[in-house]
Write a protein that binds this ligand. Structure first.
Ligand code: CP
Ligand code: NVA
Length: 308
């Protein structure tokens, strides 16, 4: 049976632990020359722009011995009305896995339903699970553990927040979020997290309340891809939710600052914090590469082993 990775909750706690250990080993250079995907082809079908996800996947795929094929809807017949269903069936006959970046989450989940190859969500409007894996490795590297870490997320209840909520619930991270009313994560994300932890996800209005004593402070853009028309309203609503030196001063002394990037410097985060000593944002970006290589080994090389 093929495995997909559409949301963090598609993996168990043990599987995530295994991926993080494997990613750390790959990062340290262990098995640097192993090419478990030699001769394989992995597609990247992207509806939205990307710097980190595209490049880290393409480089990781090459390092594992496979080739990547980058596609946008304009390049293929999907842009002229061929169905997701038919495209999934056809691409499954050529490719060994596909990474997708979509607007609607339904697009990637419908594709996964009809594809016979592993489908990896490289960001949809609802989830960004590959980002969360890189985030977990970054927190683990800096803090030495995940369980009991106090993570404060300041900003929009978006795809990045949703995946962090799931990752936190599974890995035992104490997650608190500060956001304006009306910008909370969707109820089903909150319900699923509650089912795992037995507690409501803590959501507060005051960013200082969320950040007080935190081990890690996370933020993301106020206007995600596809929300450009809401930009002026969102910029107004989120004004008080900037991660700046004053806000960071209420976090734990050793607190780290995370951002999935791209950042809108001067909006959700200041230059001072982004470039400050507590910022780990570029480690996070690097860790996308190592965690995604571990994920590809697990989903694709694992599948290859089973079919041989
Ligand atoms: N963090 C992230 O996914 O960045 P990109 O949009 O550049 O891929
Ligand atoms: N929330 C952002 C994340 C980008 C990596 C967006 O969806 O645009």
């Amino acid at each position: 049976m093929k495995r997909d990775f559409l949301a963090v909750s598609d993996l168990s706690r043990d599987e995530i632990d295994h991926l993080l250990q494997r990613a750390a080993a790959l990062k340290s250079g262990k098995d640097a020359r192993a090419c478990p995907l030699i001769g394989r082809s992995i597609g990247l079908l992207f509806e939205k722009s990307s710097t980190r996800t595209r490049v880290s996947f393409e480089v990781g795929i090459y390092q594992l011995g496979a080739q990547s094929i980058y596609l946008t809807p304009k390049d293929i017949q999907i842009g002229r009305g061929e169905t997701i269903h038919d495209t999934a069936k056809v691409l499954s006959r050529y490719l060994d896995a596909i990474v997708m970046r979509t607007f609607s989450h339904e697009t990637v989940s419908e594709f996964a339903t009809h594809a016979s190859i592993p489908v990896i969500n490289g960001l949809s409007d609802l989830h960004h699970p590959c980002q969360a894996l890189g985030d977990l490795l970054t927190i683990l590297e800096r803090k030495g553990r995940l369980r009991g870490i106090r993570l404060a997320y300041v900003g929009d209840g978006n795809n990045v927040a949703n995946s962090l909520i799931e990752a936190s619930a599974i890995m035992g991270i104490e997650f608190t979020m500060a956001c304006p009313k009306g910008y909370e994560p969707p109820p089903d994300i909150l319900d699923r997290a509650k089912a795992l932890t037995g507690r409501d996800v803590k959501i507060v209005r005051d960013p200082k309340e969320a950040v007080k004593g935190a081990d890690a402070v996370y933020t993301d853009v106020w206007v995600s891809m596809g929300q450009e028309k809401e930009a002026s309203q969102r910029n107004r609503k989120f004004k008080k939710y900037q991660v700046n030196t004053a806000l960071l001063s209420v976090a734990g002394e050793e607190a780290i600052v995370l951002h999935c990037l791209p950042a809108h410097r001067g909006e959700e985060i200041t230059d001072e914090v982004m470039d400050g000593a507590q910022s780990v944002v570029f480690d996070q970006a690097e860790n996308r590469l190592h965690t995604q290589k571990a994920l590809l080994e697990f989903l694709v090389a694992g599948a290859v082993r089973e079919s041989n």
